[in-house]
Ligand binder design. Structure first.
Ligand code: 4AZ
Length: 248
């Protein structure tokens, strides 16, 4: 996160760290992406975060990736479901979404605590200009390697036609994505934040509207972050998930 601040414990309890370890099932897990808890047993992440053949785990309720924290819950991934229309080109990533089914018994995987909670799925369209929150352990202006502490920042939802102007992203955007950030630059998501949440407060409820997906570098003028448009995938997600009305 560029232009971010440290997140207080429990402030973004739906934030996940998606981690893999090298093939061969030995060695430590390392953070590769963010994710979003939408149910005790389900985490949303970006399609481009999926590295086939590698063991995957999800850390919930954590703040500092360098330490094991008492608030933390570590879950292994039972099943990875990348969207069937996921597609990467040299200029954009389309339908950049995947669902992770966590291991658990009787529909309980993560335990709900003050530090681990679901975000709600949206039921309405995106209001342009709305201020929302992005978060993650990705690269910062100080470190390309990422941040040890979870950071967040406030971004504005950018109109699709504006973001499709020639001096921004031109014609590469489609309805599986939207832009958010600050066109003057400075505040943005970056590498390592991918798959993590863009949430907006709607009627007092934290709703996940976006997943960090891609962008032309980070924090650059006229190159805002591009986010997977969660509303575009609701039918696909809901086939696997229950309704959520409150997380206060
Ligand atoms: C990346 O490489 C990446 N500024 C993620 C987000 C953004 C750019 C790149 C948005 O994963």
């Amino acid at each position: 996160i560029y232009g971010g601040l440290k997140v207080p414990p429990g402030a973004l309890p739906w934030q996940a760290s998606v981690q893999v370890r090298p093939g061969g099932s030995s060695g430590p897990y390392r953070h590769i992406c963010g994710g979003v808890v939408i149910d005790s047993c389900w985490v949303l992440t970006a399609g481009h975060c999926i590295e086939p053949q590698k063991d995957m785990q999800v850390v919930l309720g954590g703040q500092n990736l360098d330490h094991t924290e008492p608030t933390e819950q570590v879950l292994t991934v039972e099943r990875v479901i990348r969207h069937p229309d996921y597609r990467e080109t040299p200029v954009a990533v389309y339908n950049d979404i995947a669902l992770l089914r966590l291991n658990g018994a009787d529909g309980v995987c993560a335990n709900e605590t003050q530090f681990v909670k679901s975000a709600c799925l949206p039921d309405a369209a995106l209001p342009d200009g709305k201020e929302c929150t992005i978060s993650g352990w990705g690269a910062t202006e100080e470190s390309q390697l990422g941040s040890t502490h979870l950071l967040d920042a406030r971004v504005l939802l950018i109109n699709q036609d504006k973001c499709s102007e020639a001096d921004v992203y031109g014609s590469v955007l489609d309805m599986s994505m939207f832009c958010a950030g600050h066109l003057q630059g400075g505040v943005d998501s970056c590498q390592g934040d991918s798959g993590g949440p863009l949430t907006c407060v709607d009627q007092g409820v934290h709703v996940v509207y976006g997943l960090v997906s891609w962008g032309d570098q980070c924090g650059k003028k006229n190159k805002p972050g591009v986010y997977t448009r969660v509303t575009h995938f609701l039918d696909w997600i809901r086939k696997l998930h229950k309704v959520c009305t409150s997380n206060e």
